[in-house]
Write a protein of this length. Structure first.
Length: 256
């Protein structure tokens, strides 16, 4: 555990002594705030219109459906965009600088290296979400959202973000070029995302398989306030698979 902590501390310091953390957090907060602002404005306008002209429309207003769900759906896209920036340098930079040999000669096991780097990126991602705490505070102060749905959406975004990070870590271990690592991460995650479209048009068992593999399909229930063990198992399996694959890549390269 101490070795994992040492790697985590080194990587976290690396994030915050470079522009990566500050730029990523700034972009995330700007985009998140923009979506939140527009969702609230739209909900407010619809509420005022319903109060003055349409009693039926007033009964259809729902802050969870009109504000909370759109915000977190947009957040999942923002995370998809920012994950390559968070993960592209984790192994690729060390390979480029010739420091990769330290992994093979140090007393730290490769799994400990991988877990430490994964934990560091997860910490940065947690900081993203922690800085949006004003959203539930505002919604609970001025509205009546479903608190469980809010918590479920946060949990879903966090788990999906961890899954994205594990894939990005794997992509970074494949190359010494950070740009290539970012492209592999972005392209791979987009492919896994878009499988939901293929799964929705293909009938039968293949369609169900594609839907199950798609990363966004398992987030939707969280965003609707539903925490299903199937989705928890999916994200846990996804994370473990790609962390293990990263270790295997490092093992294979140590023999070269």
């Amino acid at each position: 555990m101490k070795k994992i902590y040492a790697v985590w501390e080194r990587e976290v310091n690396s994030y915050f002594t470079s522009p990566i953390a500050y730029v990523s957090i700034s972009v995330f907060l700007i985009l998140f705030g923009w979506f939140f602002y527009n969702s609230v404005i739209w909900y407010t306008q619809m509420s005022m219109q319903a109060m003055t002209s349409s009693p039926f429309l007033q009964g259809q207003l729902n802050i969870d459906r009109m504000v909370v769900r759109p915000i977190f759906s947009a957040t999942s896209i923002i995370v998809l965009i920012l994950t390559p920036a968070m993960t592209m340098r984790l192994f690729a930079e060390e390979r480029r600088l010739g420091a990769f040999e330290l992994i093979y000669t140090s007393p730290i096991d490769k799994l400990e290296w991988v877990l430490g780097k994964f934990a560091a990126a997860a910490t940065l991602f947690f900081a993203f979400l922690a800085l949006t705490v004003y959203v539930p505070f505002i919604l609970l102060t001025y509205g009546e959202p479903d608190l469980w749905a809010l918590l479920s959406s946060y949990l879903g975004v966090f788990l999906m973000g961890l899954a994205f990070i594990s894939f990005g870590l794997f992509a970074s271990s494949l190359t010494e070029n950070q740009i290539i690592a970012a492209v592999i991460t972005g392209g791979g995650l987009l492919f896994l995302w878009l499988l939901v479209l293929a799964g929705s048009v293909i009938e039968g068992a293949w369609g169900e398989v594609l839907l199950y593999i798609s990363v966004i399909e398992h987030f939707n229930d969280f965003n609707n306030g539903i925490i299903d063990s199937r989705h928890l198992i999916y994200y846990a399996t996804f994370i473990i698979f790609f962390l293990t694959a990263t270790v295997k890549v490092l093992d294979s390269q140590s023999w070269r």
